[in-house]
Design a protein around this ligand. Structure first.
Ligand code: DGL
Length: 278
């Protein structure tokens, strides 16, 4: 599809990346964006490294074809399992002037100011937890502060969000169970990273089960402020990103279902187009 705009691409396995896009639209009004949700193949969290990498690369290539000079992987699972490979092995051959960025670093860089006692809990998909990306990156970027991380995989949370089961007793059960497990593994946790872009959609429920003294770190605002900083530091990239205020939504599943759910998540009516990734 030929495009006159050069939008910033935002990719997620499904609806979760909308929690990031929402902040981009707030902080970068007027910029053009394309949001791509691979809803047909979500969730990614329980898929192997190879499959997440293959699917994510297909999405990045599609967004490049549509003119995006910059793609944000608004998905922790894709950031954990595919980002480094794409940056190091694929990008130089595809187009060394384009960029792909992820969502894990912004959360990791912020946690050292966030935690008071260094006990940090990570909630994420099975894929993100097994990749150990958060503990590894936290060790690298904690600025010398000793951080003790405890991870809990929440395999049911993304399917529940994808199926719009947010306000149901079933979701209540799984959210309370995973939070209980996390806090039992380290009762001293004072900060929890929501290490999956779908999880902010469950915050009202999460808050029911997390004691008040524990802080929740959401990625949306952090990732968005890092993108603003990135564009200021890279005027050559900022110049490429067109600014006609167009936002395009793409899904690999049924467009009407996407429109209905995305409208709930974003609080505004949107129109969506179906595409095939291969
Ligand atoms: N939003 C994705 C993430 O941040 C969800 C992954 C999935 O599809 O399981 O990890």
């Amino acid at each position: 599809m030929a495009s006159k705009t050069q939008p910033i691409g935002v990719f997620d396995s499904g609806y979760g990346g909308l929690t990031i896009l929402k902040e981009f639209l707030n902080d970068l009004p007027g910029y053009d964006f394309i949001y791509l949700g691979d809803n047909a193949r979500a969730p990614y969290g329980s898929r192997s490294f190879e499959v997440v990498y293959e699917y994510t690369l297909q999405a990045v290539k599609k967004l490049f074809e549509m003119g995006c000079p910059l793609v944000i992987l608004a998905c922790n699972t894709a950031s954990a399992k595919a980002l480094r490979n794409i940056q190091q092995n694929d990008l130089p051959g595809i187009d060394p002037n384009r960029r792909v960025l992820g969502v894990i670093r912004p959360a990791v860089e912020s946690i050292r100011e966030f935690t008071r006692n260094g006990h940090v809990g990570i909630l994420g998909t099975v894929g993100t937890v097994l990749s150990d990306s958060y503990p590894i990156e936290l060790e690298k970027w904690s600025g010398g502060k000793v951080i003790q991380t405890t991870q809990e995989a929440c395999p049911m949370w993304v399917p529940l969000v994808e199926n719009n089961e947010i306000d149901t007793p079933g979701t209540d059960y799984f959210v309370s169970k995973n939070i209980r497990n996390l806090l039992a593994a380290d009762p001293e946790i004072d900060s929890i990273i929501l290490g999956c872009t779908h999880y902010p959609l469950l915050i009202p429920l999460i808050l029911k089960f997390v004691p008040e003294n524990i802080r929740l770190l959401e990625q949306g605002k952090l990732v968005s402020s890092k993108l603003v900083e990135y564009l200021a530091r890279h005027p050559e990239m900022d110049e490429k990103c067109t600014k006609s205020g167009q936002v395009k939504y793409l899904t690999t599943e049924n467009e009407e279902v996407f429109e209905k759910n995305a409208t709930t998540f974003l609080g505004q009516n949107i129109q969506c187009e179906k595409i095939v990734l291969k």
